[in-house]
Ligand binder design. Structure first.
Ligand SMILES: [Zn+2]
Length: 449
């Protein structure tokens, strides 16, 4: 029997503060053998010869992570530690420190080089997301990974963290994003009309002006912010088949959604070929959001077997409420007549999720654990039987030990090949790591020492 893949996304500075031996022992006891520290790609030295094909200077991100940090906090100890020493220590606990790299999102890089950003239909630039079609972006990430792999022995996996086509991060929808009515806003987000993307679209025979007209029309309809418009959309699009009716009227949209995923796939494929050329034994994994809505970001599960060695599904069911509620509350802010029940009912129907019908409970508790089963199952069925699906499960608050145990059970039942535990949102209860390991042992996924 091959060993079940079990890993975690922890925060190095938390483990450092607790004491690495203590933290590593806990991971080992929980059967965890792969660690993806938040921001780990920024801990390694920079050798300038790997960045000749890009204008992006890696020090911009490194300095930012060291001194300021993104939503996952500062990474001072991570960046100032000697990772060869840390890796040697980790090995004594059967842990391997792998490389996670976030190819798309960086506020400091976008601020320094605004032209690498994703651009919307009106020419506005994202403040977070870089375009996967931009050669400077591609060459920066390939250069960074080559630099890391060639100077640090022992890395066995490179994990691409959310390669996608997004204009604003749905987790952190910024204040300047105007409310858009569901489902139309969802159908037409995640576009980029930068020169590189437009050129690629034209090369594939896509009539970009016609697509632009269609997107504009959808956007116009989605921003008719009155109660009747909300009710009309909510009443007309109740289930999966209803969305097909919409697509029949907007057939170019389907071409466009497919094209968007092609841009993302193309980035991953180029990265894969490059990585395997450096070292064919290094595994490539890719982190995708849940299948229910991954297509809105250009992530298509069915395409993954041709792109990577394994796919990690991120569904942090207890944590997504506060993120997902942001655009919903913005719609309610514009149309105060919409009740919590009405907007959440629509949201659950569209995404196929279930949870509380009270907005404050939804914010606090997220969606129900049963959703883990369905999303892993969808992923499993879509990629087919041979491509590994690693279920990313949440250990961050407010997840309890019972939530973790249940999520592990449901992911296993749905056919997950491996398991990852997420802790990047700070101070995840240590008991959740223990419960994760205990449940995996119970299920026979890992074995007692
Ligand atoms: Zn673009």
């Amino acid at each position: 029997m091959t060993k079940t893949y079990v890993g975690a996304w922890p925060i190095f500075d938390e483990d450092y503060t607790e004491g690495l031996d203590k933290a590593f022992q806990r991971y080992q006891e929980a059967g965890i053998s792969h660690l993806m520290y938040a921001g780990i790609a920024h801990t390694f030295d920079v050798n300038p010869q790997y960045y000749e094909l890009t204008k992006i200077d890696p020090h911009i991100q490194i300095d930012f992570e060291k001194n300021q940090g993104d939503i996952f906090g500062t990474k001072y100890h991570l960046i100032t530690s000697d990772f060869n020493e840390v890796r040697a220590l980790a090995r004594r606990y059967d842990l391997n420190l792998e490389v996670n790299i976030t190819p798309g999102v960086s506020e400091p890089i976008v601020a320094a080089y605004p032209d690498v950003a994703v651009m919307d239909i009106d020419g506005n630039k994202s403040k977070h997301w870089m375009c996967p079609s931009n050669p400077d972006v591609r060459n920066y990430f390939m250069g960074r990974v080559e630099d890391i792999l060639r100077h640090n022995a022992g890395i066995r996996e490179v994990e691409l963290d959310v390669v996608s086509l997004d204009f604003y991060d749905p987790q952190v929808v910024p204040d300047w994003v105007l409310p858009e009515l569901n489902p139309l806003g969802r159908l037409a987000i995640g576009n980029c009309f930068c020169d590189h993307c437009v050129k690629r679209a034209q090369a594939q025979g896509i009539n970009v002006d016609r697509i632009k007209r269609e997107i504009r029309a959808i956007h116009k309809e989605a921003t008719h912010l009155n109660y009747q418009s909300f009710l009309d959309l909510s009443d007309a699009y109740r289930g999966v088949f209803d969305i097909v009716r919409y697509l029949l009227q907007h057939q170019d949209l389907l071409t466009w959604i497919k094209f968007r995923s092609g841009l993302v796939n193309d980035f991953v494929l180029q990265f894969r070929n490059f990585l395997k050329h450096i070292d064919p034994t290094v595994q490539l994994s890719s982190d995708l959001v849940a299948p229910s809505f991954s297509w809105t970001l250009g992530q298509v599960y069915a395409d993954q077997p041709g792109l990577t060695d394994m796919t990690k599904l991120m569904l942090y069911h207890k944590c997504i409420g506060s993120f997902e509620a942001k655009p919903l509350k913005r719609i309610q802010g514009a149309i105060p007549e919409i009740s919590d029940r009405e907007i959440l009912d629509q949201y659950y129907r569209l995404k196929g999720f279930s949870g509380s019908y009270q907005m404050d409970e939804f914010v606090k508790d997220g969606i129900g654990v049963e959703n883990v089963y369905y999303e892993v199952r969808k992923a499993r069925l879509e990629v087919g039987p041979h491509h590994p699906i690693i279920a990313g499960l949440v250990a961050d608050s407010p997840a309890t030990t019972d939530d973790v145990r249940q999520a592990v059970q449901l992911a296993a039942k749905a056919g997950a090949d491996g398991f990852m535990l997420h802790m990047w949102y700070h101070d995840a209860p240590k008991d959740n790591i223990v419960a994760f390991g205990e449940e995996l042992k119970q299920l026979g996924k890992i074995h007692h020492e």
